[in-house]
Design a protein around this ligand. Structure first.
Ligand SMILES: [Zn+2]
Length: 311
């Protein structure tokens, strides 16, 4: 019988695991085929109203190492049939702080999206869906590798999540990535992502200095659903135009360029909290202040020019 670790290793190497989001082997079948998918600390979840979360003063700001230095890393964009993933194939990128249990090494970035602008995010906020969600997957360096860390309960992985919101104009900061999506149209296709600055994808300077985020213990949102993830979702959203979103929906989930099997709706339904407490890293003393926080005008980071909105 395969151990959990070797099962995951097989999954990583062969990508042979037969799972989907709908139909046969869809999300409701996952717990039968991957038992951890039926446990009680699963992801994604619906975040409650800000005032219904619990303030935790130990959730300090994050520190990112290496993200804004192009010479320190190499990237590959890959269509694996389930998502578009940016793999860090060379270089050492690290995330620490933020109340994380240790230093975490960044392995990959990937996305979840819908068939329309009305849905697509995995996590929701007070019942509200977003059209796109970015996950930055980092593993606890004490475990040595992504495969080893992925099965370690509670502290193996730290995933940072960002919601996108539809904007009228294209987001120039992610345009170089969007353009490359056309080079990975089918499952299995890859392209080097040369000259792409990860600091443009995630607003590092804002995150390090003044970010509001939410924290809870959860799981991988795809089989084998290991409950090894320290989840962080950032309150500020990132803009993206409908036209840019449509480029994600032009990807195929199979190897046939002519097929109509487009890669869309690659998000898992929200999972029950089962008593989990959701934390936030900022205080709200009154409902009025909460409202003011959420409607504050977007901050502009002059250095990397990432435009952001608040949830
Ligand atoms: Zn994900």
């Amino acid at each position: 019988m395969l151990s959990r670790l070797s099962l995951f290793a097989v999954f990583l190497i062969a990508e042979a695991a037969d799972w989907h989001y709908t139909g046969e082997h869809g999300t409701s079948d996952w717990p039968h085929e991957y038992p951890d998918c039926g446990l009680v600390r699963q992801s994604p979840i619906d975040f409650p109203k800000t005032e219904d979360m619990t303030y935790d003063s130990k959730l300090t700001q994050f520190q990112f190492t290496g993200f804004d230095d192009l010479s320190r890393y190499s990237l590959v964009l890959h269509n694996n049939g389930h998502t578009a993933v940016i793999k860090v194939t060379g270089g050492d990128l690290f995330v620490e702080g933020g109340g994380l249990p240790g230093r975490f090494k960044t392995a990959q970035f990937h996305f979840h999206w819908g068939h329309s602008d009305n849905e697509g995010s995995e996590h929701t906020f007070d019942g509200h869906s977003f059209p796109l969600e970015l996950h930055i997957v980092n593993y606890n360096e004490k475990y040595g590798s992504l495969a080893d860390a992925a099965s370690k309960d509670l502290d193996g992985l730290a995933v940072l999540g960002f919601w996108y919101e539809v904007s009228h104009n294209n987001n120039d900061d992610i345009a170089p990535l969007i353009e490359q999506l056309s080079h990975v149209p089918t499952k299995g296709s890859s392209v080097p992502l040369n000259g792409f600055n990860l600091a443009q994808l995630l607003p590092i300077h804002n995150i390090q200095s003044n970010s509001h985020f939410f924290r809870y213990p959860g799981s991988l949102t795809t089989p084998p659903c290991f409950q090894s993830v320290v989840w962080t979702m950032f309150q500020q959203t990132i803009p993206i135009s409908s036209q840019q979103l449509s480029m994600f929906r032009a990807l195929h989930e199979d190897q046939e360029l002519q097929s109509d099997h487009f890669l869309v709706d690659n998000f898992r339904p929200i999972q029950p909290l089962n008593g989990r407490v959701i934390y936030r890293n900022f205080e709200v003393t009154a409902v009025g202040e909460t409202q003011a926080t959420q409607t504050t005008k977007p901050k502009r980071d002059m250095k990397i020019n990432v435009r952001m909105h608040l949830v």
